[in-house]
Design a protein around this ligand. Structure first.
Ligand SMILES: Nc1nc2c(ncn2[C@@H]2O[C@H](COP(=O)(O)OP(=O)(O)OP(=O)(O)O)[C@@H](O)[C@H]2O)c(=O)[nH]1
Ligand SMILES: [K+]
Ligand SMILES: [Mg+2]
Length: 398
């Protein structure tokens, strides 16, 4: 039996198995098997011809957004509208056959937008150019899943399934489970919360399926067996996804209203240029970008030129952005911003015993290294920070 057949057998068995206490372990095991076969299915393509021609587009700008959707939903029309790049659009399916990059300029940031061929059911197994498309999607910071508002909801769940099956997790966070394989000592299992979906026995069963007999496992969250499997398998990509319903010029107001209320969704019409501003605002929020303005001592900040960084960026990242050698000479920074505790907040490496308290500001950085304060960010439309850096030798002039 080929892997594809095995996968479909297991899927069928999962579908016909009733979910209850008695079948819990059986289902957990099936899911572990399924994840294993899927991983096998994807592996050989890496060595073979996974890098399809026309798909290796260089990353550029401050963030990358991939357009994923069925054929003829309007992806290319959208790219041509939002960027200065023209991508051919036509009423027939599979007009686009390669990856076409464009740039959206917004709030001083350059956002790389990638138009891609349409994908169809079975894309993950290599139908159409599905594998290449999905490989590109994995490299994005945000996925825009473009849907045809005139078509049924089934599009959306089919695409979600395709992306799920190759380890892309949409609008989910990484499960809060500590997992560490060991050389010996068996499996030590602990949890800090009450678990309603997993038990020690089930965790053991799943681990044994992966031939793991020694490991430390700590659940810090009430996770499902699938989430636990994700942690074991690793290489999952957790990605924000915006569902964009295009062609609303073709449907009733009631229908528009219904779609617009769905979570993580935006309704637009490329044809009539409806709601595109709002989509950009949402995209900005999902990208979680922060604008960082620098300020010279005693002078007003320069609001015309921002450094754009992603959520979780640290002062170290800012230093690197300005100059390669700056990080090693950096003493501390004064930060004003939307999420600082105090304004300004001082952050940097402790220079002496008296400055030990700086460490409390630190949220990033490794042990023994300078402690870098993580800049404000997150899903906020107007996350920003203002920053003054000091060199070892004096105030930085930027
Ligand atoms: N009515 C309407 N038609 C639209 C809208 N946006 C795009 N279209 C039409 O939809 C058709 C497909 O558009 P494309 O931009 O080629 O779609 P695509 O998703 O890039 O298609 P593939 O590259 O084949 O996957 C074209 O005929 C467009 O003119 C819209 O908002 N309303
Ligand atoms: K098309
Ligand atoms: Mg196209």
């Amino acid at each position: 039996m080929g892997i594809l057949e095995k996968i479909s057998e297991i899927e069928k068995e999962i579908a016909r198995t009733q979910k209850n206490k008695a079948t819990e372990y059986h289902l957990g095991l099936l899911k572990a098997k399924l994840a294993k076969y899927r991983a096998q299915l994807l592996e050989p393509s890496k060595s073979a011809s996974s890098k399809g021609e026309g798909f290796d587009v260089m990353k550029s700008g401050d963030a990358r957004v991939a357009l994923i959707g069925f054929p003829s939903v309007g992806k290319s029309t959208f790219l041509s509208l939002m960027t200065s790049t023209a991508s051919e659009a036509a009423s027939y399916e599979f007009t686009t056959l390669t990856c076409i990059p464009g740039v959206i300029e917004y709030k001083g940031a350059n956002i790389q937008l990638l138009d891609l061929p349409g994908i169809i059911e079975g894309a993950a197994q290599g139908k159409g150019r599905g594998r290449q498309v999905i490989a590109v999607a994995r490299t994005a910071d945000v996925v825009i899943m473009m849907l045809d508002a005139t078509k049924g909801e089934v599009q959306r769940s089919l695409l979600e399934k395709e992306l799920e099956s190759v380890g892309i997790r949409l609008n989910k966070h990484k499960p809060n489970i500590y997992f560490k394989p060991k050389k010996g000592g068996g499996i030590s299992f602990n949890s800090t919360v009450t678990l309603t979906q997993c038990s020690e026995k089930l965790v053991q069963l799943i681990l044994h399926e992966y031939k793991i007999f020694n490991a430390e496992v700590l659940f810090r969250e009430d996770c499902s067996p699938d989430e636990f499997i994700d942690v074991i398998v690793g290489n999952r990509v957790y990605m924000p996804c915006l569902y964009v319903y295009n062609k609303i010029d073709q449907i009733s107001m009631e229908e528009v209203d219904r779609l617009a209320r769905k979570p993580n969704s935006v309704v637009i019409s490329c044809g009539m240029k409806l709601n595109l501003d709002y989509l950009l605002e949402m995209l900005w929020e999902y990208l979680a970008l922060t604008c960082i303005y620098t300020k010279k001592r005693g002078q007003r900040p320069d609001f015309t030129d921002a450094i754009i960084l992603r959520k979780g960026a640290s002062v170290e990242h800012v230093c690197h952005r300005i100059h390669r050698s700056l990080a090693s000479q950096f003493k501390y920074a004064l930060v004003w911003g939307t999420s600082t505790k105090y304004s300004p907040q001082r952050s940097g490496q402790p220079a002496g015993p008296n400055n030990g308290n700086w460490g409390s500001l630190a949220a990033g950085g490794g042990p023994g290294r300078a402690m870098w304060w993580v800049l404000p960010g997150g899903r906020g439309k107007d996350a920003w920070a203002l920053l003054t850096l000091e060199y070892v030798s004096g105030w930085l002039l930027v």
